[in-house]
Design a protein. Sequence first.
Length: 471
Amino acid sequence: MSLSVIRRLWMVVGLALWLPAAIAASLPDFTALVERQGAAVVNISTTQERSERAQLPFPNLDESDPMFDFFRKFIPKHPEFPGSDPDNQSLGSGFIISDDGYILTNAHVVEEAEEILVRLADKREFSARVIGADVRSDVALIKIEATGLPRVTQGDPERLKVGEWVVAIGSPFGFDQSVTAGIVSAKGRSLPDENFVPFIQTDVAINPGNSGGPLFNLRGEVVGINSQIYSRTGGFMGLSFAIPIDVAMDVQRQLRTKGRVQRGRIGVAIQEVTRDLADGFGLPRASGALVSSVEPDSPAAQGGIQQGDVIVRFAGREVGASNDLPRIVAAVQPGTSVPVDVYRAGSLQNLKLTVGEWQDPKQPAGSANGSRSAVAPNRLGLVLAPPTAAQRRDQGLSEGLVVQRSQGAAARAEVRQGDVVLAAVVSGRQVRLNSVADFDRFVGGLEAGQQVTLLVRRGEATSYVSLRAGK
């Protein structure tokens, strides 16, 4: 064997020995992060009372239909979804943000929960109560009675870079303290019907039970709450989405101090600025939010914004794309006067307007965003109000009370906001409900667990709904 061949063989052997060590040396070591932060991550299990009427057959959709599984939540409540628990018990994750027992998780983890059990990394278990939940951001704040607890350190999502390593700790399928790692795939993602949250997209393996758990950067700081996945199977497929921690912390602060989340609104409909539209409107580049309509007497109208304006800056922040504007506006405290820069007829104009308050059309006024209503909850979980003049006229209502909010027993029986409760039946006796006082008297006479039947009108259909009064 020639000397040159021997040298080549030694080079190959040396490379084979060096390459694995070099690769290992270039990969991050997550052990210290997990040892330091894992103790602040908790397992959350909840139970809900079963309702026969709530177990409706799932719509007959093909599994490839985007309506079946597009951006599903980690813990689907319907039994026909993969990962659903037939005993109506759900599992999720959360993390401790204060040493006196405040915990962040997802709103859908604790939705309609009758009981919430929190298990710490040291195996201690506590009952938890919901301080508040915001459906729009999918953030919930819960509390356990304990002190001296380990807590996470908050990071800055703005400093995250695409391609940066991130780590998730949670309880996928109930396996506590499971650790997965990946990279940031994208930032500022807008998902369908989720335009108030600039999601962090990652390829971290996330599965049912990780919901509500923390997403860490390599400095061991929480940068997000794992919230959603894209999946055709119910399991991880390489696309997961986390709520930025600064968004979540602002939500929990408002839930703790106000009991609800306030968001700004200005009253415009907008659309994306394409290259062709930019040329047509004389814009220097295809960016901003094109105003397609302005609500009469809205904050935008009062501030001088017109149809055809292109909003490029709002409250000092650049509007790079149309989906940036709702998040920027929502972050402004209602009643605040802010500067707005718009392109109009090819020239930049500076305006000022006072931001109004956004109301979720799915929630009644005064209890927006899925937080607690100012009206005390009752055994049936219903907040009712007399129909407005417009409702009486448009729906032909001459009697009954309109559902403003449905939770607990009523929500499980699928009584919805906008339904009209005409009467209540208990022990064979039917009581017509024509005033809130009638309803309050009726509920006041109920006992915990008592069976109640409501006569409910929805649209043109009227039916009886049975439910059991809560505690």
